[in-house]
Design a protein around this ligand. Sequence first.
Ligand code: M6R
Length: 612
Amino acid sequence: MCGIVAYIGYREAAPLIIKGLKRLEYRGYDSAGIALLNDKGLNIYKKKGKVAELENELQHKEISANLGIGHTRWATHGEPNDINAHPHFSQSEHLAIIHNGIIENYAAIKTSLIQKGYTFESETDTEVLINFIEDVKKHKGCSTEEAVRLALSEVVGAYAIAVIDLEEPGQMIAARKGSPLVIGVGQNEYFFASDATPIIEYTKDVVYLDDHEIAVVKDGELAIKNLDNQEKGPFIQTVELELESIEKGGFEHFMLKEIYEQPKSIADCMRGRLNADTAHIQLGGLIHYIDKLATAKRIVFVACGTSWHAGLVGEYLFEELARINVEVEYASEFRYRNPIIEEGDFVIAISQSGETADTLAALELAKHKGATILGVCNVVGSSIARLTHAGVYTHAGPEIGVASTKAFTAQVSVLSMMAIATAKQKGTLTDEEYRSLLSEMASIPRKIEQILQLDEEIKDIAKLFTFASNFIFLGRGLNFPVALEGALKLKEISYIHAEGYPAAEMKHGPIALIDEDMPVVFIAIKDSSYEKVMSNIQEVKARKGRVIAIVNEGDETVRNMVDFAIEIPNSHEMVSTLLTCIPLQLLSYHIAVMRGRNVDQPRNLAKSVTVE
Ligand code: M6R
């Protein structure tokens, strides 16, 4: 978690860093800070709250500098306050650091530093690290660069750091292990950030730092070394990210923009991969693996949060279409069990960011145990994408809103294409079924456009439920994961307690909650569970629950049973989740806005969870 931005060059560092931090606020936003080095000294400014508060704080300060490091925090060690905010000084105030990650052995290092006379202002592991670096420097009589290298060799945990030194005003040192760090390479200037968004308006040339690497800019030159001090040339890549894609483009919130982008993001995801006219599907990233996937004994999806819900959809798809045994695991549980991996098993990580610590660790474990590991990631060049044997990018474009929307539908689109392609390879689909699925997939963007036109209608329904304290979401089959996703969306942005359940499970417990104050959202489309779901609706109505149902166009039967019906276009059951989730996203969005919540940056959350 946390976002870091650093700059060394000829521009004013402070405004550039503040702007960059605002772009990274999705990674954490409980406090922010900046350290600036100029000919008058090394100064740190930090503030509890959002980057805008830090910006206000800086307004009348002398902050002109061409070298600086900045941080937006998601607290791990110590509550969010001015003192725990980064950057942190070393004891001599000659070194300053920003850090994203967790130093797991910080307590032992801190104890030994205290014995040497060090004192600490904050409760953070980061202050321990910078003092450890200072201590190594002092005792070895070495350069700061060498001290960073030696200190990091003894550190257990995850980090992306940037360190500056009062005595070396032409130097920036950065390093990573387990937390992302991108370096923008300009003309006589360098940018460092947790992702490329703070960099792209200055340069598209970037270096993705690898684990156990240190980047040092000194006298205008960038050098990349490993922890054994061996130098390797910077591998400069061009980042394909446009500025417009990370701005709100007239929408009130990123989340709304991203909901509305789904016809395009799904079309982008399928472009060049699925052609319904020629009945062709090909996923470039899997070209050498599709045979093996078709004969896989088992697929295990590992993921967290919304991506885990996409994995559940994937389970139904692969089992139904390709007849492969599938398990879906919370990455955080998988990594700490002793999972059984056998020859022929595929472990597939699903992750928007490609940086989620638990998913990454689960994948490392699976790789170590001999599984073929694949990735379904959105962020190009992310850690998971680089760890896997092969994979498929979702191409949804940057997702900035903390609540995942377009990344989910792009993940489901990729999993659908993977399942169809595998089934085709395996021969478990007839030609007719195959063609029909491809044309159903191709029609999804147009059908989502139609659903988006219901926005006002959904907003009107949302108004009536703005002050509900609880919600239940029910669905069956493929749409059970959509019910889970609907509940997660609502709770994370509106802070309303919500539960998702398989509709038939309701009578085994949750039915006790039903009364006239309980809104129940049903996914009641005309699929193989339609009749069963109708019975479940009757059960809720009999107990005076208030029902909102997602139904197919023209379904008067369900409309007459429920309080509110939201009609979506008909579709093949196998692709229906790509449609049913859209009204639920809009419903949550409007309820949260009406409750006055910060939908893009809900409390306590961060977009990319790079800590355990
Ligand atoms: O980047 P990832 O897809 O690995 O992230 C996984 C979860 O942290 C993420 O889906 C989270 O649940 C979202 N806030 C849901 O909207």
